[in-house]
Design a protein around this ligand. Structure first.
Ligand code: HEM
Length: 511
């Protein structure tokens, strides 16, 4: 028989291989299906409604995150299935304001899930990523004064330097009339330059160059994609960035990732500064210097690595979030002529009668009642975090909105559906209507705004974000008339953690 001719035994062997592959495939499908059905029906959560796929596997969450519009998926999900929905075999999503209150309540023992462990820096978690409550509390105690409103107000002059630069930049779009200004991008650059100044006394030059310096925004965006996606199945982190080989390469071979490099570089500068070990200059009492002081006072509780992590966290958490909120504010206001005119009248009147400075102070901005209502309404309808905030039910189980849930179940809150609760915010909860904040119910509504999270994990950077927004937004309202290039066009956005907006293009006139 020729050598080229397959023998009977070859054919049998090939057939054997095929049938083995087929058998392997069928067994895998059967095992996965059985596992999925077991997870669905053998679970104490089996009675809770939700998509069939979600009750069997976390694939539903992965696909939703991949779509980049998970916030809208959660809005639709709760509209379809009600206030409690099973979004994964072991995870429930809650949309009632009372449930959110119970899950975030201080002292109730809910803890962060493995989702947070995917976020960097893996070797020394920061205030956001730390899942051990005792360690989180220790770090937060050290950082609370540096992040307080009083400390931030002392840094107002650092924000004001950037405000001036933003105005100079927008001025370039005033003429010729009809020149298109991407206000969304400029606000993103502004937020980044503010973080640079306030946290590190560094101007990274986003506004000066009118570009994403060193592609930092892009890098943060791709990190968020990774964190958001892998965060849905956090054990997969060991296959990717937390894989020991990758960790070794990162620690010993590759240059540090950009944000890590930025934070390390800023700490190094302080160490090399011969005149002061905390601050670069006496009039620059920035966040990093104050964190170093906190470390100096209690090195056993707040290590130098903790300083690094918290500073690192400020870069990642402080720019997209604030930019997104400011973009949403302008998107709503400029699409609502009535609100925009009322807002301009309020702010410009205050400016004329001298109750508003050119570089608006925190106290002055608090007196702008309608402005505050517009800001709250924008944060209500488009909270900057698009993904759900997840916690574990503590030992012994817990009551959530009047019902008991077993320990170990992951429970999540997505602010997008919660902020659309009709019983609390009104039948028109889907609409931008700042006047709703004049109603007698406003205190209750305010208690249930979760754009900054809640409880012991309430956003530590909110004072900076609010100060920054309360200064720049009224200033822009007194300085310019903006008109949308595409009125009515929905804001393009995607979220793998923060909602990253695009397309806020305007025409600008000087007032
Ligand atoms: C409008 C702007 C901002 C929004 C909407 C926002 C939103 C949030 C939310 C929803 C959380 C809770 C996350 C969770 O529990 O999983 C959070 C936590 C946090 N945010 Fe912000 N944030 C903003 C600005 C900032 C800024 C400017 C910084 C720092 C400079 C910052 C740093 C942090 C940190 C460190 C945490 C973790 C707090 C903890 O777990 O105790 N954020 N933020």
């Amino acid at each position: 028989m020729s050598k080229m001719m397959p023998t009977v035994s070859h054919l049998v062997a090939r057939g054997d291989l095929l049938s083995r592959a087929l058998a392997f495939f069928i067994i895998t499908v059967l095992v996965l299906s059985f596992r999925g059905l077991w997870r669905r029906y053998a679970s104490p959560l089996r009675q809770i409604p939700g998509p069939f796929l979600a009750s069997c596997t976390r694939l539903w969450k992965v696909l939703s995150t991949y779509s980049g519009h998970t916030e809208w998926d959660y809005v639709a999900l709760h509209q379809k299935y009600g206030p409690v929905v099973r979004v994964a075999p072991n995870e429930l999503s809650f949309a009632s304001p009372n449930a959110a209150r119970d899950i975030f309540a201080v002292g109730k023992g809910f803890t962060k899930t493995e989702f947070y462990k995917v976020f960097p820096p893996a070797h020394n978690p920061d205030i956001f990523t730390e899942t051990r409550e005792w360690k989180h509390a220790q770090m937060k105690r050290a950082a609370v004064t540096p992040y307080s409103l009083a400390s931030m107000q002392k840094r107002a002059h650092l924000i004001e330097d950037v405000q001036k630069q933003l105005v100079e930049t927008i001025d370039r779009y005033v003429s010729p009339a009809g020149k298109i200004c991407d206000l969304g991008n400029l606000l993103h650059y502004f937020a980044f330059d503010v973080i640079g100044e306030v946290a590190f006394s560094q101007r990274y030059g986003f506004l000066a160059k009118e570009e994403d310096v060193g592609s930092t925004i892009k890098v943060i965006d791709s990190m968020q994609w990774y964190n958001g996606m892998v965060g849905q199945v956090p054990e997969l982190r060991y296959l990717f960035l937390n894989n020991p080989v990758v960790v070794y390469l990162q620690n010993h071979v590759l240059p540090p990732p950009q944000l890590t490099g930025m934070a390390l570089g800023e700490i190094r500068k302080r160490k090399e500064n011969p005149s002061d070990k905390f601050y670069l200059a006496p009039d620059r009492k920035d966040l990093l210097g104050q964190l170093l002081e906190a470390h100096d006072a209690h090195p056993e509780r707040f290590s130098e690595l903790d300083v690094f992590s918290v500073a690192h966290g400020a870069i990642g958490a402080g720019s997209d979030s604030t930019a997104s909120t400011m973009q949403s504010f302008w998107y709503f206001v400029l699409n609502d002529k009535g609100a925009y005119n009322k807002l301009k009248d309020e702010v410009r009147e205050a400016y004329k009668d001298g109750s508003l400075s050119e570089l608006v102070t925190w106290a002055e901005a608090q007196e702008l009642t309608y402005f505050q209502m517009c800001l709250k309404e924008a944060m209500r309808l488009r909270p900057a975090v698009g993904l759900s905030i997840q916690r574990y039910v503590p030992q012994g189980g817990a009551m959530i909105d009047g019902k008991h849930y077993p320990e170990g179940v992951a429970v999540s809150v997505n602010a997008w559906p919660v902020h659309r609760d009709k019983a609390l915010f009104g039948q028109d909860a889907e609409s931008f209507r700042p006047e709703r904040w004049e109603s007698g119910n406003s205190k209750e509504m305010e208690k249930h705004l979760y754009q900054f999270g809640g409880g012991s994990h309430l956003c530590i950077g909110r004072n900076l974000a609010l100060l920054e927004m309360n200064k720049i937004l009224p200033q822009l309202l007194t300085t310019y008339d903006f008109e949308l290039v595409h009125p009515g066009r929905p804001l393009k956005s995607h979220s793998h953690f923060f909602c990253v907006n695009e397309g806020l293009e305007v025409f600008v006139r000087r007032v």
